[in-house]
Design a protein around this ligand. Structure first.
Ligand code: GAL
Length: 657
C-alpha cells in the first residue's frame, strides 16, 4: 500500500460510492482511511450498533481492489453521550464546562467516556476482525489538537494528584522539590494541589511543568488504552495514530511506543500563512521528527490535497505543488501517502478544506496532478520501503525543554521550536541529512549532535551529553544550557552551565543578558554578523573563542566557543545567531566533524536521501517557481522525473554502491 485517500462515504449518497471507488482506482488509490468521525452513524444510540453502511462501503471499495484503515471514532462523541453523561465534557481553567459541538468535546480521564470508548472500539473491532478488507487501525484523530489547557474537571484533578503521588511519593517530597516555601504555597496533602486554574497571579513553574507532563501522559495513556483493546480484539493488524509534527501537547516519543508505526498529517500551506511564509525546511522538519519517533519510516495519513481553511482560506497550491509536497513526504521517509480528503465537503465546519475532487465531484486539475504523481512514483516505492536517510548529524529535540521554556520564555520572542528549526534550516540549506533525536536516544550513532537550549539539564542528561563528546562526538550546546533540573528549579551547585557541562565546554557563565533593547555585533571568521535575544556572558576556562562580540558593553565577550574534549569536540553558542552566522558556524562544525552534504544544488532545490543496503535514493525537490538543473554525478541514475527540474517538480536518482 503506497497511496490512498481519506474518505467519508457517510457524507454522500450511497449511489455515488461506486463512482468514487472507480475514480479512486483509476487514479491509483489502493487504500482509504475512513470512519474516524462516524461514531453516531456507527452507534446511533447507546449500545445499539449499526455497521451495515460501513460494511457496504468497504465492499464497494473492495470491488475496486481498495483496502481500508478504520479510525476509531472517539474524537467525535455523539450528542446522546454528552446528554446522558455530561461529566464527559471538559472544563476550562476558569471552571467553565465546555459545550457539546465541534469535536473532542471530552475529558480524556473521564471514566464514563472511557467506558463508552471501550464499547464502540470493542464492538467495531469484533465486527471487522478477520475481515480482509481492513488492513489496519487508526486510533482517534490528532490527539492533542483540541486539548490546549484542558481539562480541569474533578476527574482530571484526581488523576493529576495520583500522577504527582506516583512521581513524588510523599507531599513533603513534592514540597521540597518544587520549593513551595515560596509565597506560602506549601501543601499539607496531595488533595490541596490544584490543577493550574486561573488565579490572580502566576502559578509556580514546577507545578506548570508537571501539569504539562501529566496532560501529555494522559493523552498518551488514552491512546494506549485504545491500543490495548485493539491488540486484544484484532491481533496482528497494524495500529497507528495521525500526529501533527511539532504540535506541543503530547510527547510523541512516548506516544509512538504503543504504535506499530506513526502517521503524520502534512499540511504545507494554509490559512495561517502570511505571504512569503513558504519555508520548505519546516515541512521537511515535521517529517524528520516523525521518522525520529520510532527511528523508522512512517505513513502520511493526511497529505494536503487542495486549498485549506475553515473560515479564512490559504492560497491555492500552485500547479505541481501538491505532487511536490507529497514527494517531499516520501523523500523524508513516508512509505505511504494518504491524501486528505477525497472530495470537498458541502456541509459542516470543513466545507472549504478542499479535497482532491471539488464540491461538484467532477475530477479536475488536482485529480489529474495527483494521478500522474502516483503513476510516476509507484513503480519505485518498494525499492526504498522502510529506508531512512541514515544521517550522520542530529539535533536533540525535547518536549521537556519546549514546555519549560514555554512557561518561562526568558525573552518575549524566544521560542524553543523556532530555535530548533533555525539550526535545522542550516543543515537543510546545505543538503545535509539531519535526524532529530530524543533525550533517551542513541547519540553515539552521530558524528555531530546539536542540542539547542538545554535549559533543563540534570546530572544524568549532562553526563550523557558530556560522555558523547568524550567518546569522540562533536557536541554543540547553546545559550541557556544547564540552568535547571528536571523539577524546573534553578541549579545552584556550580556556576552555569553546571560542573559537567562547564568542564566539557571549557567555559563558565558568571552572568547573562537578555537582549531586549539591542542586538550584538558578532565577529566570526573575519566577518560581522549579529546575535539577538540573549547573551550568556562567557568566561573561557580552556575553550577558545571562535566568535566574539564587537563593541558595546559586551565587547570582546566570546559568542561562540570551541574546545577539544577527550576524543571529541565541544562548541557553545552563547546567543541566537542570525541566519548567516548560523549557516557559517554549522558549515564549520560540519567540516570539523567530517559530515558531507548529499550534493550541492541551486537555491530552492532540496536534496533528500533514503539509504538502503544496496543503494541511495536521492530525491531532488525543486520548490522554486523557476526551472533548475541538478548537477548529478555520473553515478546517479535517474529513475523518476527529468534532469532539468521544471518549476515545483521533482526527480529521483538511484546510486548503487
Ligand atoms: C486535520 C484533521 C482532519 C481535518 C483536517 C482539516 O487536522 O485531522 O480531521 O480536520 O485537519 O481541518
Amino acid at each position: 500500500m503506497h497511496f490512498g485517500v481519506d474518505y467519508y462515504p457517510e457524507h454522500w449518497p450511497e449511489e455515488r460510492w461506486e463512482t468514487d471507488a472507480r475514480l479512486m482506482r483509476e487514479m491509483g488509490v489502493e487504500v482509504v482511511r475512513l470512519a474516524e468521525f462516524a461514531w453516531h452513524k456507527l452507534e446511533p444510540s447507546m449500545g445499539e450498533f449499526d455497521f451495515s453502511w460501513l460494511e457496504r462501503a468497504l465492499s464497494v471499495l473492495d470491488s475496486q481492489g481498495i483496502k481500508a484503515i478504520l479510525g476509531t471514532p472517539t474524537a467525535a462523541p455523539p450528542a446522546w453521550l454528552a446528554e446522558s453523561t455530561p461529566e464527559i465534557l471538559p472544563v476550562d481553567s476558569r471552571g467553565t464546562v465546555m459545550g457539546f459541538g465541534g469535536r473532542h468535546h471530552v475529558c480524556h480521564s473521564s471514566a464514563a467516556y472511557r467506558s463508552r470508548v471501550e464499547g464502540i472500539v470493542r464492538a467495531m473491532a469484533r465486527r471487522f476482525k478477520g475481515d480482509g478488507k481492513v488492513i489496519g487501525w487508526q486510533i482517534d484523530n490528532e490527539l492533542g489538537n483540541s486539548q490546549k489547557e484542558l481539562c480541569h474537571c474533578e476527574s482530571c484533578a484526581r488523576a493529576f494528584r495520583a500522577w504527582l503521588r506516583r512521581r513524588y511519593g510523599t507531599i513533603d517530597e513534592l514540597n521540597r522539590r518544587w520549593g513551595t516555601v515560596f509565597w506560602s504555597q506549601t501543601y499539607d496533602s496531595f488533595d490541596q494541589v490544584p490543577t493550574p486554574r486561573a488565579t490572580p497571579n502566576a502559578h509556580g513553574p514546577s507545578l506548570l511543568l508537571d501539569w504539562r507532563r501529566f496532560r501529555s501522559d494522559l493523552l498518551a495513556e488514552f491512546l494506549e488504552f485504545q491500543a490495548g483493546i485493539l491488540r486484544e480484539e484484532v491481533p496482528g493488524v497494524f495500529i497507528t495514530h495521525n500526529m501533527m509534527g511539532f504540535a506541543d501537547q503530547v510527547d510523541y516519543f512516548r506516544m509512538g511506543r504503543s504504535l506499530d508505526f506513526v502517521s503524520h498529517d502534512q499540511y504545507v500551506t494554509g490559512f495561517w500563512e502570511r505571504s512569503g511564509d513558504y519555508r520548505p525546511h519546516r515541512y521537511a522538519a515535521n517529517l524528520d521528527l516523525m521518522a525520529a519517533l520510532k527511528r523508522r519510516s512512517f505513513w502520511i495519513m493526511e497529505q494536503q490535497a487542495g486549498q485549506t481553511g475553515w473560515e479564512i482560506l490559504g492560497p491555492d497550491p500552485e500547479p505541481g505543488q501538491l505532487a511536490l509536497w507529497a514527494a517531499q513526504s516520501v523523500a523524508h521517509g513516508a512509505d505511504a501517502v494518504v491524501f486528505f480528503r477525497w472530495r470537498s465537503c458541502t456541509v459542516g465546519t470543513e466545507q472549504f478544506w478542499h479535497g482532491i475532487l471539488p464540491h461538484s465531484g467532477v475530477p479536475g486539475r488536482r485529480y489529474c496532478e495527483l494521478k500522474s504523481f502516483i503513476s510516476s512514483l509507484r513503480p519505485v516505492m518498494d525499492e526504498f520501503e522502510g529506508a531512512l536517510s541514515e544521517a550522520e548529524a542530529a539535533i536533540l529535540f525535547s518536549y521537556d525543554e519546549e514546555w519549560a521554556l514555554g512557561i518561562q520564555r526568558q525573552h518575549p520572542e524566544l521560542d524553543y521550536v523556532e530555535q530548533v528549526l533555525a539550526y535545522y534550516k542550516a543543515f537543510h540549506d546545505r543538503n545535509v541529512p539531519v535526524d532529530f533525536v530524543g533525550e533517551d536516544g542513541d547519540f553515539g550513532r552521530y558524528k555531530l549532535l546539536v542540542a539547542p537550549l538545554m535549559y533543563l539539564c540534570d546530572q544524568a542528561l549532562a553526563s550523557k551529553l558530556s560522555d558523547y563528546a568524550k567518546r569522540g562526538g562533536a557536541l554543540v550546546l547553546t545559550m541557556r544550557s544547564g540552568v535547571k533540573n528536571a523539577d524546573n528549579v534553578c541549579m545552584s551547585d556550580a556556576p552555569l552551565p553546571g560542573a559537567l557541562l562547564g568542564e566539557a565546554l571549557g567555559i563558565e557563565i558568571p552572568e547573562y543578558d537578555c537582549l531586549r533593547m539591542r542586538s550584538e555585533t558578532i565577529a566570526f571568521e573575519g566577518k560581522n554578523y549579529s546575535g539577538s535575544k540573549w547573551l550568556d556572558v562567557v568566561e573561557l576556562k580552556g575553550a577558545r573563542a571562535a566568535a566574539s562580540c564587537v563593541g558595546g558593553r559586551h565587547a570582546g565577550c566570546p559568542a561562540i566557543t570551541e574546545a577539544d574534549f577527550h576524543d571529541g569536540k565541544t562548541y557553545y553558542v552563547a546567543t541566537e545567531p542570525d541566519d548567516a552566522l548560523l549557516d557559517a558556524f554549522v558549515g564549520r562544525a560540519l567540516a570539523d566533524a567530517g559530515v558531507a552534504p548529499i550534493g550541492e544544488t541551486p537555491r530552492g532545490v532540496e536534496l533528500v536521501r533514503r539509504r538502503t543496503d544496496a543503494s541511495d535514493y536521492v530525491f531532488a525537490l525543486n520548490h522554486s517557481s523557476e526551472a533548475r538543473s541538478v548537477d548529478a554525478p555520473p553515478s546517479w541514475k535517474k529513475i523518476v522525473g527529468e534532469s532539468i527540474l521544471g518549476p515545483r517538480s521533482f526527480s529521483v536518482y538511484r546510486i548503487d554502491r
